[in-house]
Ligand binder design. Structure first.
Ligand code: NAD
Length: 424
């Protein structure tokens, strides 16, 4: 079997490791499902001998995933999936305490970001794990010679799945990928409750605004947007939703939110957050209409949801007024505040999703990797959903960890549901 040179990683400061280790252990306490999987992995060694490169937000929860994969027998290296989302202490601890090569520095420039992805690819992965599909894209376009090693990959987020489906459609995807995001135990919880809470947390940590009484504009009423809108409403905001999907817009209306086009919302909003997975949601025509003091942020995967070049063009100067808060002074004197450079605000200014919700997402990642090892030879170069039994198993384990019991179908009920002739 082909081997790769042992890598050591690139982190901000190895001296941060002790603090990182405490955070990793704290997160572990809140990840009971992953703990159960890890115990099983230690026993069964399902990933034994497999080289894995993971491009994920380097947080304390991700550290627990990487440790689980390692304990399942994998040889894992990790790099950041976003230049601003790395927890430097966690990255240091992964290298020092867990011997997991990690390439990630919070605030790294674009060149370093891609150099780190390239370093993770030097590991010659047999399995890739992505959050946003940057690793697989780099492998396919810049390092195609590595393809011969790869048996498959997994993808964590909506935007990555969209990119991968586009690749599969035009034949560019050269190995099977499991869309972890599509598991119900992922997007219904991580995207909704995780992004909902942690995006508000990011806005609060960056600004310390009082949310109550503010007009809070949420763009995109998908899984993430629903969560953000729900939590903003809970804090007393007057929430306005913008959408392009009539179904989702209708859902927002029936959930009690005002819905209007962004050109209208731009005039009245105090705080804006984009979570669409699309580009230029806040653009030139919106900045022109915004009130003095408007705060703009994004929690979608890429920093293209806010058209920052357009904001730059309209402004005469900019300065940092607090960590993660940049004040743009418009040529007409108005000020607009951009949070976290337009990158995922929950990871840039806060700590990302709470461990309790990443527990399920990363349980999916772990079991999807095991599934890939067992079934890769049957799979085509397509994007696959997480098999339903895995989804159900994770929900069951989570409920058990919460001490919650549910009813079981009786044999009679099972028969009733399976038969078309019943009920007539
Ligand atoms: N911040 C995080 O930690 C985090 C976590 C999970 C997902 N994400 C990212 O958040 C984004 C959204 O994910 P999701 O799961 O909610 O996706 P989703 O597909 O469920 O929802 C996206 C919504 O945005 C709407 N939309 C698209 N273009 C629009 C436009 N021009 N104006 C208004 N609405 C528009 C769509 O109609 C859709 O309803 C993705 O980029 C995803 O990768 C971020």
């Amino acid at each position: 079997m082909e081997t790769a040179p042992r890598l050591s990683g690139d982190v901000k400061d190895i001296a941060f490791a002790d603090r990182g280790k405490r955070r990793i252990e704290w997160a572990n306490q809140h990840m009971p499902v992953l703990q159960r999987i890890r115990k099983q992995f230690i026993k069964d060694q399902p990933l034994k001998g497999y080289r894995m490169s993971a491009c994920l937000h380097v947080t304390s929860e991700t550290a627990n995933l990487a440790i689980t994969l390692r304990d399942g027998g994998a040889d894992v290296v990790l790099c950041a999936s976003n230049p601003l989302s790395t927890q430097d202490d966690v990255a240091a601890s992964l290298v020092k305490d867990y011997n997991i090569p990690t390439f990630a520095i919070k605030g790294e420039d674009n060149a370093t970001y891609y150099a780190h992805i390239s370093a993770a690819l030097d590991h010659k992965p047999q399995i890739t794990m992505d959050d946003g599909a940057d690793l697989v894209t780099q492998l396919l376009t810049k390092r195609p010679e590595l393809l011969k090693n790869v048996i498959g990959g997994t993808e964590e987020t909506t935007t990555g799945v969209i990119r991968l489906r586009a690749m599969a459609k035009d034949g560019t995807l050269k190995y099977p990928v499991i869309a972890v995001n599509d598991a119900l135990t992922k997007h219904m919880f991580d995207n909704r409750y995780g992004t909902g809470q942690s995006s508000i947390d990011g806005i609060l940590r960056a600004t310390n605004l009082l949310i109550a009484g503010l007009r809070f504009v949420v763009s995109g009423y998908g899984w993430c947007g629903k969560g953000v809108a729900m939590r903003a409403k809970g804090l007393g905001a007057d929430v306005i939703v913008t959408e392009v999907s009539p179904v989702r817009a209708l859902e927002a209306v029936m959930d009690g939110f005002r819905v209007m086009p962004m050109v209208e919302a731009a005039k009245i909003g105090d705080v804006f957050i984009t979570v669409t997975g699309n580009k230029s949601i806040l653009a030139h025509e919106h900045f022109e209409k915004m009130k003095d003091g408007a705060v703009i942020s994004n929690s979608g995967h890429f920093n293209v949801e806010i058209d920052i070049p357009a904001l730059e063009k309209l402004s005469s100067s900019k300065k940092i007024v607090r960590p993660f808060v940049e004040e743009y002074t418009m040529k007409d004197g108005r000020k607009i505040y951009l949070l976290g450079e337009g990158r995922l605000i929950n990871l840039a200014a806060a700590e990302g999703h709470p461990a309790a919700v990443m527990d399920m997402s990363f349980a999916n990642q772990s079991l999807a990797s095991e599934y890939l090892v067992k079934h890769h030879s049957e799979l085509k170069n397509q994007v696959y959903s997480v098999p339903e039994p895995i989804d159900r198993q994770i929900a069951k384990l989570k409920l058990e960890s919460m001490g919650i019991l549910v009813d079981k179908l009786t044999p009679d009920q099972e028969q009733y549901l399976a038969s078309w002739s019943e009920g007539t």
